[in-house]
Write a protein that binds this ligand. Structure first.
Ligand code: PLP
Length: 460
């Protein structure tokens, strides 16, 4: 035990400056097992002398760690590392990355390494400063007013939407917004909902789980086929109008008008999933569909593609009586989302940090996309990349008749992770393809990945 302590004393030397650093160094040493359970710590007087600190500094650090349960003090036997603290922390095995791929080209992931950590921390600090004590009580289920205010301005500016802060609900990602809508439709008597085919399987599972049957409607090069939608009995539809997921087509102006007319005639609801409109590389994105018909369109937005999915920050724009019902349903479900992240995000928007980040990442994604396209063009001159003008992925169209699942399986065997287009289809995909995500992969890695795909497919 003495030995433990003397090695550890070296580690403590940088902690000389004050009680907080001493406290942190001791806590870390206990958590990491450097100071195992049962080790007796020097008396406060001895440690103060060894480290050249005031005795009160050491006493304050010990008292804090005793209060946290890391240390135990018993009269007569001094201060020791507590047993429970060590076993509890040792029991938490932090998982390694769940799987290791040579090339991970999953789609839908933004550049996680580009998350604006410093700007986020500073926005959270300023956001917290602006919160009153009252704001730290239970939140408004609809979301923090200042964030709704900032988002309303952002959506007007960037997506040409007419939104009042009161039309917005802040959610845990757009996933929660979709769930709230599905439940409200179910409560109103809907049993099914139309979805684009192909589409995002993650949404289908939520729809099914929360009680509606998804009805596939095909997508062509103008987006959702509204005439096919009209042939269903659905009165609600989920659509990725700005950038169809995963095919990448934009819903044409003519289809937009037809879709709104359908909703008016069917007394229907259009759920516009605007998951990645910020990432458009050739020209500004079309305005949101919501702007054409705020009464008929429920709009879903998310920070998952612009900042990080881990934030679980999304927003829903909704008009009419359904809004009140959705907010009440959220209140009864989780009493509202976390206020601190919302305050931070509001501040990031207000300070211009979000726009700065978007400008920076748009450049980054364009570089990544160009690197990938150049390499794909060189290696697969006959295979057409589709949906390249926007987003964080492309679809590499394979020759007709090729089984894309087999191709993806062969690539997986070689350590290359990507999805076949048919995995997104409920009926049949329009053509065989590979969905290649480039958002979270650097340009050099993308070139190497394209080379590895060619190697896996063309060499025996
Ligand atoms: C089509 C589509 N919509 C929405 C999302 C984002 O969902 P969330 O905001 O819940 O992270 C994704 C993420 O992959 C997506 O692909």
């Amino acid at each position: 035990m003495e030995e433990n302590w003397s090695t550890f004393r070296e580690l403590l030397l940088p902690a000389k400056t004050g009680p907080r650093r001493l406290e942190r160094a001791l806590r870390e040493a206990i958590r990491s097992g450097h100071l195992p359970a049962g080790v007796r710590l020097p008396s406060t007087r001895d440690l103060a002398a060894q480290l050249g600190l005031a005795r009160g500094t050491v006493t304050a650090a010990y008292d804090q760690l005793i209060a946290e349960g890391y240390l135990a003090a018993r009269r007569g036997s001094g201060t020791r590392v507590a047993h429970a603290s060590v076993s509890a922390s040792a029991a938490v095995a932090i998982p390694e990355r769940p799987d290791r791929w040579d090339h991970d080209l999953r789609s839908g992931m933004p550049a996680l390494g580009a998350f604006p950590r410093a700007a986020w921390i500073s926005a959270c600090r300023s956001g917290l400063d602006l919160l009153s004590d009252h704001d730290l009580g239970y939140p408004q289920a609809q979301g923090l007013a200042v964030l709704r205010q900032e988002l309303a301005g952002y959506l007007a500016r960037v997506r040409a939407m007419a939104v009042r802060p009161d039309d917005l609900v802040i959610t845990h990602g757009s996933a929660e917004a979709l769930v709230l809508l599905v439940r409200s439709l179910r409560d109103a008597g809907h049993t099914e909902i139309a979805v684009e085919d192909p589409s995002y399987p993650g949404q289908l599972e939520l729809i099914v789980e929360h009680g509606l049957r998804p009805v596939p409607v095909r997508v062509d090069d103008e987006g959702l086929r509204v005439t096919d939608l009209e042939r269903t009995n659905c009165r609600a539809v989920v659509v990725t109008s700005a950038h169809q997921y995963p095919l990448g087509v934009v819903l044409s102006p003519r289809r937009r008008r037809a879709l709104v007319q359908w909703a008016e005639a069917a007394d229907g609801l259009i759920i516009e999933d605007d998951y990645d409109a910020e990432h458009r590389y050739d020209r500004p994105a079309f305005g949101a569909l919501q702007a054409l018909s705020p009464e008929r369109v429920a709009y879903l937005g998310t920070a998952s593609k612009t900042l990080a999915p881990a934030l679980r920050l999304g927003w829903l724009v909704l008009a009419g009586p359904r809004l009140e019902q959705v907010v009440e349903s959220k209140r009864l479900y989780d009493r509202g989302g976390g206020v601190l992240e919302q305050a931070g995000f509001a501040e990031l928007l207000r300070s211009g940090g979000y726009d700065r980040h978007l400008r920076k990442t748009r450049r980054l994604y364009r570089q990544r996309r160009d690197a990938l396209l150049a390499e794909l063009g060189a290696r697969f001159p006959d295979w057409q990349p589709v949906g390249i003008a926007a987003g964080l992925h492309v679809v590499l169209r394979l020759p007709d008749g090729v089984n894309d699942r087999e191709v993806a399986k062969r690539l997986a065997d070689k350590g290359i992770r990507l999805a076949p287009l048919s995995a997104y289809a409920m009926t049949a995909a329009p053509y065989p393809g590979l969905v290649i995500g480039y958002g979270n992969v650097g340009a050099d890695r993308l070139r190497a990945a394209a080379a590895a795909i060619a190697g896996a497919l063309f060499k025996t």
